[in-house]
Design a protein around this ligand. Structure first.
Ligand SMILES: NC(=O)c1ccc[n+]([C@@H]2O[C@H](COP(=O)([O-])OP(=O)(O)OC[C@H]3O[C@@H](n4cnc5c(N)ncnc54)[C@H](OP(=O)(O)O)[C@@H]3O)[C@@H](O)[C@H]2O)c1
Length: 225
């Protein structure tokens, strides 16, 4: 028997992700309602188990609710039986609107029926992730997003007083787009060309706290080239 479409959701947490989700659900015609049968926890990872605990109770008002969380790292198994995971594969720094979900991937797990329906309602492209694969999945996401910021902050520090962030930005954007289309073939520059004198000159110009990072990146870049 087909389930009726989800038209109400109880969204817990109005932080960086929760605020954007609240707008996106409303824009998709899914009303925010604390009594709704589907509950989505957009709370910090460390708070998920505690926030979910009441929904394992058999008594009203917690009984017969389907619970999900939005964490990429946390297994679905911390939630009651029949729960789901819905992790938008995007970074939300605050202030995003409903359009932020359109076209992005969404890792779903557990009761994937509910998760898939919610993902599609917001314009996301759902793909399944098993609990055992979550650490690798989340490592990939952290390297792609968080470490990219760390790397660009290092670039800014290396070029302090010489080149501004606004001039590095087109380089970063084009590099990311090239990598998206070509993978490792996007690699250019002195390491890929085997120009060791230029690499040594770059290294000598760096503040000392960046040399370990530089050396590690040169090693990985040589392996990629
Ligand atoms: N931000 C992202 O880029 C992103 C992307 C994908 C997935 N996620 C996932 O989304 C979840 C939330 O992340 P976030 O970045 O939005 O965090 P956040 O900005 O720190 O917001 C967390 C929200 O949860 C509330 N909260 C904390 N403990 C709670 C509890 N025990 N019960 C009810 N509400 C509670 C907080 O309220 P107070 O401020 O009042 O404490 C806050 O509104 C995490 O699982 C994260 O992994 C985040």
């Amino acid at each position: 028997m087909n389930q009726p479409p989800i038209d109400r959701i109880s969204l817990v947490g109005r932080g960086r992700l929760g605020s954007a989700l609240a707008q996106a659900f409303e824009s998709a015609g899914i009303a925010l309602d604390t009594d709704a049968p589907v509950v989505l926890l957009a709370v910090p990872d460390a708070a998920i188990a505690e926030a979910a605990a009441p929904y394992a109770e058999a008594a009203a008002p917690y009984a017969d609710r389907t619970v999900g969380h939005t964490s990429g790292a946390t297994p679905i198994s911390v939630l009651p039986e029949g729960s789901f995971g819905l992790h938008p594969l995007q970074t939300f720094a605050g202030g995003e609107g409903p359009e932020a979900f359109r076209g992005i991937g969404a890792a779903i797990g557990g009761d994937t029926g509910v998760a898939r329906e919610l993902a599609l309602a917001l314009g996301m492209v759902p793909f399944e992730i098993a609990d055992r694969d979550r650490p690798a999945y989340h490592a990939a996401a952290s390297i792609a997003s968080n470490f990219l910021v760390t790397l660009q902050a290092a670039a800014e520090q290396a070029g302090a007083g010489v080149v501004a962030r606004e001039h590095l930005l087109p380089l970063v954007r084009t590099t990311v787009e090239n990598w998206g289309h070509r993978g490792p073939d996007a690699l250019t520059g002195p390491v890929a060309r085997g120009d060791e004198d230029t690499v040594a000159a770059q290294r000598a110009a760096l503040p000392s706290e960046l040399t370990d990072l530089f050396d590690a990146m040169v090693e990985r870049t040589k392996a990629l080239a």
